[in-house]
Design a protein around this ligand. Structure first.
Ligand SMILES: [Zn+2]
Length: 410
């Protein structure tokens, strides 16, 4: 089996691996200014997508130009998330370098879509492929690829612990080689119930003091998880941004959610903001909680709420995920100020961080890999892939960390 690492190796973003020159696993985008896309030019016979996050699916529509279009295989929720993300990218950046596709490409994505459930083996570019629940977001999959000689397990993003929205991964299919993500290979997550307790306590305190809490959250997975947390603790809230569309979409895929009844209850507990800034300003003056995109304050309705609440120290901003260097969210946590509409302004409202991660931490990664002690491991999708590979080698694994552009024969 021949593997080409076209992106997401030694980095987080633009994940793309070409198998035997014909089968592409993921085709993501590295968001940034400017964004980066997988290297080289590819013309695959089929594409298999692990899950609906921009760094795994963001560039897929660009594969559908020319006259021969590859089939695109994914789970039903991943297909819908891919469509939502593609339309959003087109709306924000259409016609610029930041968006390497058009409306036509997005339509073809629908024509070429071949959805599959977990555990159902299908054929793609002459390979047998099977999805296993990866416990990261709804529809996320480990991808097992069998070319008749070698079985490759591409873990993609996964979580070993249960979240409210999805259960942790349990499938450990037999494989001859593993490509393993390593996002949090040196991090130890605080226990999820402890994070929840701290978060809920903090939100309650601010509400009790008469303040407003803005909770910036990623649209896919995190927004729904937080609505479930708030509902479980009887805290009313508003929800705004792309996460509301994802919430709506998940209603059609209850089998990809851990507890569909709890999600339904969380949805009815949250008041959906339909989107005029006048309405948002009124809500921002209320004694309430607002869950909204974007998760790192780099756009979205959060940018209407923050200016409204920033001056009053009674108010609070609860960030709920990792804040990438250079984002307004990171600036807020580290320096108590925020870039708004081109200018930097001080923020008197308190900013706090809560780690609601959807990735395995270092213990989770090691417990997953314990099933693959005798199997060569390629470490990807992380900022310290080489270091993690070295730690694995020290523990007896045959592990390496390929770089972007690397070609390996296994
Ligand atoms: Zn992901």
């Amino acid at each position: 089996m021949n593997l080409q690492f076209l992106g997401g190796a030694g980095e987080v973003g633009r994940s793309a691996i070409l198998v035997n020159d014909s089968l592409l696993l993921d085709y993501g985008m590295l968001t940034g200014n400017p964004p980066q896309f997988p290297v080289g030019s590819v013309d695959p016979d089929a594409v298999v997508v692990s899950h609906g996050h921009l760094d795994h699916v963001g560039t897929v529509p660009a594969l559908l130009s020319g006259s021969e279009w590859p089939a695109v295989h994914w789970t039903p929720p991943t297909y819908e998330l891919a469509l939502t993300l593609a339309r959003d990218t087109l709306k924000l950046h259409g016609g610029t370098y930041d968006c390497p596709f058009t409306e036509t490409h997005i339509r073809r994505m629908t024509q070429q879509s071949e959805p599959h459930d977990y555990g159902e083996t299908f054929e793609a570019a002459g390979h047998e492929v099977t999805f296993y629940n990866a416990g990261h977001i709804p529809g996320s999959a480990h991808v097992l690829v069998d070319d008749g000689e070698t079985r490759l397990l591409y873990t993609a993003d996964f979580h070993t612990d249960d979240q409210r929205l999805v259960s942790g991964t349990t499938g450990r299919p037999n494989a001859d080689v593993v490509i393993c993500e390593s996002t949090y290979s040196d991090v130890e997550h605080e226990d999820r119930s402890t994070v929840e307790e701290r978060f809920v306590e903090s939100v309650r305190t601010t509400i009790w003091q008469g303040g407003t809490v803005v909770v910036p959250a990623f649209a896919i997975g995190r927004t729904q998880e937080l609505l479930m947390v708030l509902d479980a603790h009887d805290i009313d809230c508003y929800v705004d941004g792309m996460g509301t569309r994802v919430l709506e979409m998940l209603r059609n895929h209850p089998e990809y959610v851990r507890d569909p009844t709890a999600l339904k209850r969380a949805k009815s507990n949250a008041r959906i903001v339909s989107g005029r800034d006048g309405q948002r300003r009124r809500i921002a003056r209320q004694n309430t909680v607002i869950v909204t995109t974007s998760g790192m304050l780099s756009g979205g309705p959060a940018m209407t709420y923050i200016p409204e609440i920033r001056r009053d120290p009674t108010n609070k901003i609860c960030l709920t995920g990792y804040q990438v260097e250079g984002t307004p969210g990171r600036e807020l946590v580290e320096r108590g100020r925020c870039e708004l509409n081109g200018g930097v302004v001080p923020v008197a409202a308190r900013a706090e961080m809560y780690d609601f991660s959807a990735h395995a931490d270092k213990h989770g990664l090691r417990s997953f890999l314990a099933a693959y002690r005798e199997t060569p491991v390629f470490v990807n999708h992380g900022d310290r892939c080489a270091a993690f590979a070295e730690e694995l080698r020290a523990d007896g694994y045959e592990a390496t960390a390929p770089e972007v552009g690397a070609v390996v024969e296994v």
